[in-house]
Design a binder for this molecule. Structure first.
Ligand SMILES: NC(=O)c1ccc[n+]([C@@H]2O[C@H](COP(=O)([O-])OP(=O)(O)OC[C@H]3O[C@@H](n4cnc5c(N)ncnc54)[C@H](OP(=O)(O)O)[C@@H]3O)[C@@H](O)[C@H]2O)c1
Length: 229
């Protein structure tokens, strides 16, 4: 049995990952911003819920105070930011940059004494870093930042392994599944694998990154070959 922490585990891929690991018999702590929501989701799947706001990094240590030994740490939390450089929203940009880059790093810093040599960490980025779209100014930036972050963390935390997963459009995730059918079909048509990635595909990829003892400091794309479409 492993002890697993999923930051951003109340929804979407993080929730699916948490659920899969509970089903496997692991002890899972999942987090969201709101304690009651985290608790409700955790109870639904058999985990423990905690409140933690990645955009308030100075409060993260206290939020994680009663988490004990951590075998696997998954950082999946995100808030959506439509930001264009031509109409730059500084507050929105600061929010997402803080959440993904400073917040993720502060979680790792806080949990460092509770990790051990065989622990492993996965950070979520995303393929907007490779194929940005108008409005992706901050998203593409932070996803590319995740690449640098996993590399420096892998060096600083060695022998603990640190990897990144970069999903493309995850068609059955809450963010995408209710988009107009023609939008999803257009994206699917440009995907060489002939189908959009699913949450299960990404969960499987995260599991691989956590499990495989020689995979370290990599960016794993899970996008059906989307960049070639
Ligand atoms: N879905 C996709 O197609 C896709 C594509 C590329 C990359 N990704 C990446 O994959 C990861 C998961 O995406 P998703 O679509 O599954 O996410 P999601 O359904 O939108 O869930 C986001 C999670 O982040 C938490 N969260 C939001 N703001 C937070 C904050 N300030 N502090 C801490 N937690 C916060 C949410 O919890 P509460 O609301 O309860 O606080 C929720 O658990 C993200 O990092 C995203 O960038 C997803």
């Amino acid at each position: 049995m492993s002890s697993v922490v999923v930051v951003g585990g109340t929804s979407g891929i993080g929730r699916e990952f948490a659920r899969a690991r509970v089903e496997r018999g692991d002890e899972v702590v999942l987090t969201g911003r709101d304690a009651a929501r985290a608790d409700t989701v955790a109870k639904e799947i058999g985990a423990r819920g905690l409140a933690l706001d990645l955009s308030r990094p100075r409060d993260i240590a206290a939020a994680l105070a009663d988490v004990e030994r951590v075998d696997h740490l998954v950082l999946a939390g995100v808030s959506r930011d439509e930001n264009r450089v031509s109409a730059y929203d500084i507050d929105a940009a600061l929010h997402l940059v803080t959440l993904k880059l400073v917040g993720y790093t502060e979680v790792v810093h806080t949990l460092r004494p509770r990790l051990h040599d065989a622990s492993a960490i996965v950070l979520f980025g995303g393929q907007a870093k490779e194929r940005p779209y108008p409005g992706a100014t901050t998203v593409a930036t932070v996803n590319a930042g995740v690449t640098g972050l996993v590399r420096t963390l892998a060096v600083e935390l060695a022998p603990i392994r640190v990897n990144a997963v970069h999903p493309g459009v995850v068609g059955d995730s809450p963010y995408w599944r209710d988009k107009p059918a023609q939008v999803l079909e257009g994206l699917r048509a440009r995907t060489p694998a002939g189908q959009l990635a699913t949450m299960a595909d990404v969960v499987d990829a995260v599991d691989f990154l956590l499990r495989n003892r020689s995979v370290n400091a990599i960016d794993l794309s899970v996008d059906g070959g989307w960049l070639l479409g």
